[in-house]
Ligand binder design. Structure first.
Ligand SMILES: O=C[C@H](O)[C@H](O)COP(=O)(O)O
Length: 153
């Protein structure tokens, strides 16, 4: 997190557009968030999820964003596509505990959610919770993340 707060990239395909729109306004009102980058899609735009996920992953790789939130029908394709990029750790999570561990255990920068899987209010709550977690680089989990990165080097 920068001194100004989280820099969050947000993207969806057309299957995630409704939730993206609602959650973008939540992020705008969240004092923990310093910058929001909307990667689309916009209304009546039909960019397929791999392209949106790649754009988000590149922002993470180049340290232009701390976190990315990606929403498609299931949250699955977005995670698969984002994880193709080195040093990007993306997860699909639809419950509170998994969202917590995605950050505290896995240091995942990218959370993927499925609009067709969970209700809007649950999605909004999970995003609120997600922003409250920060990976501890001194925790025992850090060596496991390093092992993932070493395998990719
Ligand atoms: O993981 C993929 C997403 O759920 C996407 O929104 C829908 O993909 P499909 O149109 O290929 O089913």
């Amino acid at each position: 997190m920068s001194v100004l707060g989280w820099r969050v990239a947000v993207g969806s395909d057309d299957a995630g557009f409704e939730y993206k729109t609602r959650i973008l306004s939540d992020l705008d009102e969240d004092s923990r968030v310093g910058l929001v980058v909307d990667l689309g899609v916009r209304a009546n735009e039909h960019t397929a999820y791999p392209h949106v996920a790649s754009a988000a992953g590149r922002l993470i790789q180049t340290n232009q964003a701390d976190r990315a939130l990606l929403i498609c029908g299931t949250g699955l394709g977005m995670a698969i596509a984002a994880n193709k990029l080195q040093r990007v750790r993306a997860v699909t999570a639809h419950d509170s505990y998994s969202v917590e561990r995605s950050v505290l255990s896995n240091n995942a920068q990218v959370l993927c959610i499925g609009q067709r899987v969970i209700g809007l209010e649950v999605a909004r709550r999970l995003v609120r919770e997600w922003l409250g977690y920060q990976f501890d680089p001194d925790s025992p989990s850090a060596a496991k993340i390093a092992a993932i990165e070493d395998d990719l080097a």
